[in-house]
Ligand binder design. Structure first.
Ligand code: GRF
Length: 202
């Protein structure tokens, strides 16, 4: 499957997705890395890794117009799925519904806990024993779509938001390639196929 990754920042999750895609049994390849920030570090990394890139600053554009331009570049790339990886711009309803079921995001919490920002500080303040990350399908509601996979990690007594965030990142890098691969590769998974056939027969 062909995947476009959208990012706004350092792109460590994009790197995890890209490097995992280099195993010859990977069910997906990254065909485009796109950003709303032409100076995003992740975009420069993608360029150095010879992945096609696209950048369009959102300043001065309204959301629908910017989404439409991103969408056009994504379709041009031949991508069948979009993986958001630290894309710090909320996508409008139009692009979200156009990619329904084919638009994934990674969020640094065990959803449905801690939607939105500052998830690490919030988990620490709440005195939680564990924290983690989730990959979910994107719906118009922020961080609200069906969860496809989660990875739970221990919170340590000496954790600060920074140390916790760093460990959650390790977990994210394990989780995202695995869940994306499983999700886009499901059509070739005999168990998954059998399950769908059974459902259809009912
Ligand atoms: C990650 O923590 C991800 O969960 C969130 O944005 C961050 C992106 O980090 N959505 P990076 O640019 O992949 O390092």
């Amino acid at each position: 499957a062909k995947v476009a990754v959208l990012l706004s920042g350092t792109g460590t999750n994009m790197a995890a997705l890209l490097y995992a895609s280099r195993f010859d049994d990977s069910p997906y390849e990254i065909v485009l890395v796109a950003s709303n920030d032409p100076d995003a570090e992740g975009l420069a990394l993608a360029r150095d890794e010879n992945v096609p890139t696209f950048a369009l600053a959102h300043r001065g554009m309204d959301r629908t117009e910017h989404d439409a331009a991103m969408d056009a570049a994504i379709r041009e790339s031949g991508a069948q799925y979009i993986a958001l990886a630290g894309y710090m711009r909320i996508l409008g309803a139009e692009i979200v519904s156009r990619w329904e079921g084919r638009l994934l995001n990674i969020h640094p919490s065990l959803l449905p806990k801690y939607k939105g920002l500052d998830t690490h500080a919030r988990a620490l303040e709440a005195g939680d024993a564990t924290h983690g990350c989730s990959v979910h399908l994107v719906t118009p509601e922020l961080d609200d779509g069906p969860v496809l996979g989660q990875l739970e990690i221990a919170i340590r007594s000496e954790d600060t938001p920074e140390t916790l965030a760093a460990r959650v990142k390790f977990a994210e890098h394990q989780l995202y390639p695995r869940v994306l691969g499983r999700y886009v590769g499901r059509c070739y998974d005999p168990d998954w196929l059998l399950q769908r056939v059974r459902e259809l027969a009912l």
